[in-house]
Write a protein that binds this ligand. Structure first.
Ligand SMILES: Nc1ncnc2c1ncn2[C@@H]1O[C@H](COP(=O)(O)OP(=O)(O)OP(=O)(O)O)[C@@H](O)[C@H]1O
Ligand SMILES: [Mg+2]
Length: 239
């Protein structure tokens, strides 16, 4: 009796079809005329579920731009951006926003918290916006605030938090819905060594536990060993 041939071994990196995040030929021009900058230059990137990819590179090399395009915050000049099976570049703005709320957790380089909301409310609003503010999510919000060391300050608004505390709230907020895609911009820039290790450990643990496709931009070489792959951006080109 003939048995079906075994499936070929997957290519290293990320076989076609399994990536939950896939950028193909992404170029991004910013500014206009003489001032125009090529922030991203023909970038290809595929990230599989449960994979943590670190992206490093000098200041101005396009790291934040890469995340902005991957998260649908910025439309590329050319190329496609697939998130959870949908090409973001084919969506209208309100569809992109809805898709982002459902599938993507985003940690901004400068926390971007709402000034009038407490730390805990930042997390709950994210759940509410995605239509998922239930008891389990409230519990998860409290667990995450605990995990980032912010339980005691959960009732404080951003103006009563330090930079590092705001950063930790931003990280807990991005994790609250256990997103399929997690985009993290410089998560340790305002943290001390010990806290930086804890936070990156949490990001890695959540990535694996929830099979999240995570891209973490960082200057911090001490945390690169938590990543499955380390890529470098130089002048908008990914290597
Ligand atoms: N709105 C804009 N208009 C024009 N150029 C821009 C704009 N935003 C960013 N740039 C340029 O695009 C390039 C990439 O910027 P980006 O913010 O992605 O860099 P980065 O790698 O995140 O830097 P950093 O490590 O300092 O955060 C830089 O040359 C920057 O000056
Ligand atoms: Mg940046």
């Amino acid at each position: 009796m003939n048995h079906p041939a075994p499936a070929p071994a997957p290519a290293p990196g990320c076989p076609q079809g399994t990536a939950v995040l896939r950028l193909t030929g992404v170029t991004l021009h910013l500014g206009r005329d003489q001032q125009q900058v090529t922030a991203l230059d023909a970038v290809d990137l595929a990230v599989a579920p449960g994979e943590l990819v670190a992206v490093t590179g000098p200041s101005g090399s396009g790291k934040s731009s890469l995340l902005a395009v991957a998260g649908g915050l910025q439309s590329p000049t050319r190329g496609t951006v697939h998130v959870a099976g949908t090409d973001l570049t084919t969506l209208k703005e309100h569809q992109r926003t809805a898709h982002r709320r459902r599938h993507i957790g985003y940690v901004f380089q400068h926390a971007n918290l709402f000034a009038s909301l407490t730390a805990r409310e930042q997390l709950l609003l994210t759940a509410h916006a995605a239509g998922r503010l239930d008891a389990a999510t409230r519990r998860r919000a409290d667990e995450l605030l605990e995990a980032v060391g912010m339980s005691a300050r959960a009732g404080h608004c951003p103006d009563r938090l330090s930079g590092g505390e705001r950063q930790r709230v931003g990280i807990a907020r991005a994790l609250v819905l256990a997103p399929e895609v997690l985009l993290v911009d410089e998560p340790t820039s305002a943290l001390d060594r010990a806290r930086a290790r804890d936070i990156v450990g949490l990001l890695a643990q959540q990535t694996r536990a929830h099979r999240t496709a995570t891209v973490m931009v960082t200057h911090d070489h001490e945390i690169l060993d938590t990543a499955d792959r380390v890529l470098t951006l130089r002048d908008g080109r990914l290597t």
